[in-house]
Design a binder for this molecule. Structure first.
Ligand code: ADP
Ligand code: MG
Length: 269
């Protein structure tokens, strides 16, 4: 069966398997069908099928090297797919990146780049404004509001490289907010941050989800922060399980994803 055949079937099945709240249309989910990625000869992801719903905080979990970053990049078209696709409103998501705010993993950001906090947040407005046009008052107000929301407005003239890891992560969160996206994708935002930043980050994630946005977050740590997530995608080079946190967090699924390294189990699940 070809990938194209498969995807048509998968799309019609998704809505039956995961019924959406009546207030949300099914087209507003990200539908990931038969998605595979190869890096040269290595297969990083095989045949991933899942949906990411609006109005929910969805976590992509799995051990190091499980393909979490690859899945996020794959659905955004930042790495080529060897099979399958990711659709949003029935069109490839990679063709609608103006609706997406993406914050990559820390290690992929050049922290020596000579930009101030304000520059970084205003970069979130470039697509809406265009490089050659000056930023509007609306853009400046959105950037200021976003920095205030994450408690970083007083740092606006600081070079980004001089901030702590938590402060840097809050600046990138502010940039994502200023973008006024529909879909928010964060890769390992909790790495190297302080407790205050973690609190702010989850407050903002919950606000975005409550406003009907799609919030997709890569995380590998099975600590208490997992209880913030509504839905989970559990990976280890292939899909281990997906659905609500309670459905996914079983001993068997965790063992299949993490092997003997599981150190946390959510008793409430
Ligand atoms: P995770 O984010 O879950 O730690 P990744 O998606 O980064 O995992 O990587 C999945 C696998 O693909 C790993 O084995 C990794 O070494 C490999 N990989 C990731 N990026 C590349 C790349 N650009 N070229 C070759 N292999 C890669
Ligand atoms: Mg990663």
């Amino acid at each position: 069966m070809t990938a194209a055949n498969f995807s048509l079937e998968a799309n019609s099945n998704f809505d039956q398997v995961y019924p959406l709240p009546e207030t949300l249309t099914t087209t507003a989910s990200i539908k990931i069908a038969s998605l595979g990625v190869h890096y040269r000869t290595q297969e990083a992801l095989r045949d991933v099928n899942c949906i990411v719903k609006p109005g929910r905080l969805t976590g992509i979990f799995g051990p190091n090297g499980a393909g979490k970053s690859t899945l996020m990049k794959g659905i955004l078209g930042l790495v080529p797919l060897s099979s399958g696709h990711a659709l949003y409103q029935d069109k490839p998501l990679k063709q609608q990146l103006e609706k997406v705010a993406y914050v990559p993993q820390r290690s992929q950001i050049d922290w020596t780049y000579p930009a101030t906090v304000w520059d970084v947040v205003m970069m979130g407005r470039v697509k809406k404004t265009g490089w050659l046009r000056s930023f509007s008052g609306v853009s400046r107000q959105l950037a200021k509001n976003a920095l205030e929301r994450v408690g970083m407005n007083q740092y606006r003239d600081r070079p980004i490289g001089e901030l702590s890891g938590g402060q840097q992560q809050r600046v990138f969160l502010a940039r994502a907010l200023a973008q006024q996206a529909e879909i928010f994708c964060f890769d390992e935002p909790l790495v190297g941050i302080d407790q205050k930043t973690q609190t702010v980050i989850f407050e903002v994630f919950h606000e975005l989800a409550a406003a009907g946005k799609t919030v997709l977050v890569v995380n590998h740590d099975l600590g208490e922060s997992i209880t913030h997530f509504d839905d989970l995608i559990l990976l280890n080079r292939e899909l281990i399980a997906t659905g609500s946190r309670q459905e996914v967090l079983t001993q068997e699924n965790l063992y299949r994803a993490y092997g003997g390294k599981v150190i946390y189990f959510d008793d409430a699940a």
